[in-house]
Design a protein. Sequence first.
Length: 211
Amino acid sequence: MSQRAHLHKKLLLLLLGIVLLACQPLRVPTPQIEMTVAMAVAATLTAWPTQTPPPTSRPIPTPTPTPYTLQGLFCEYRFCIGHPPGVAFYDLQAAQDQRQPSGVTKGMLVAYREDLLILLNWQDGETPQHLLDSMLDVRFDTAIAQATQRTLGGQEVWFLPIQTTATLLLPRGAIAAWQCGTRAFGWKAYTPRAEDAEGLLQEAMRRFRCE
């Protein structure tokens, strides 16, 4: 097994352990980033919509030529979205149950480093407003303004700035949601400063497209 594959396996095992402990109080003082991931994963899994069953098999996305550089670009499940080049998305749904990984109709991804955590989910047949509400975990997150709509990357996006007590390192952030075809997409970021989250969302949506 290569070193990269070994590290990837360790990460998935860590995330699976976090999921299994999601219902318990998360008071581990160190390392700080593990607590950040734990809080965000628990919040997402607790509020995740369940009315649409996951696909029985993992559809293979249709390759589509893209004019973008692949650096800082995630493309799978028939959509593409931008992200900081220094982080990568991992499949949280597969970490929870390897028999039901993320697919075209439903999925959960996480990307993190010490100064940033991004959650991305999508749901076929859902509404952006419901995803926006479900991603706001009232245990840790507080909206600091009313949700507003703005046009980003050609999409009408609901945007909600937040502050959080999930971690001292990342006290601010934002939640966003939008519709593309029959799927609703939800995006959440924990960041050190409020303006960081808005800039990350703008970059993500600038490169967003879906089939």
